[in-house]
Ligand binder design. Sequence first.
Ligand SMILES: [Zn+2]
Length: 266
Amino acid sequence: MRYIEPHGHMVSRTTDDYQAMVTAGCAAVCEPAFWAGFDRSGVQGFYDYFCQLTDYEPKRAAKFGLPHYCWLCINPKESEDMKLADEVLSIIPEFLARPNVLGIGEIGLNKNTRNELKILERHVDLAAKHGQMILVHTPHLEDKLKGTRLILDVIKGDQRIAPERVIIDHVEEHTAKMVLDTGMWAGMTLYPESKCTPARAIDILENYGSERIWMNSACDWGISVPLAVPRTILEMRKRGWSAERADAVAFGNPRQFMSQNPRFQI
Ligand SMILES: [Zn+2]
């Protein structure tokens, strides 16, 4: 078995997790910038975090033979503070040249507020100006459908952004099709308590096909399972999927999306 973990917050995981992922066949891990579980006190906190994502964490992953890539942004939750958000946006360009950076993310919306929307638009503008790919976080539960619509409208409204270079993550049954219909990619997050279970993710694949869609564990400091992707491959096999068909989703699809950035090499 082989797979790519396209969305893992490894700064919050242990070395045991790295070892287990590599043992299960993980070939690369990609880490979007996110909320740390607490609000940072200023732009310097983000500067240090971006150094961690582009310097320290790839070295830690390399000790396990695992290529590590990342995405940079200020997350939607902290974007409510627009002064802080603008300061963080201003330091991102100096990190974009670092060799493991794949693009801007995970941007998006949390509570679908006006401030969040403005900062989302500024991130999309930053990505367009610097020719960057985009990874998007969609809101939780009752805010997801409206938030996904708002996000798709912002991205479709910017003619400089090629849809196939954007992934909308955390899709569920009611948002997968609307994302795929735009030509963008869709990501399914395998969480034990919310978002998608493995069974629901496989149902979505069987309903909408397995083109332009990936699975991730989004493992972070909350209750999450770093081995959710390989466990879902086992579930696929139990349901009668061939090894090749499972491999195409768990390995082929994230490789195809990320390889649009020539930095992504596995
Ligand atoms: Zn995330």
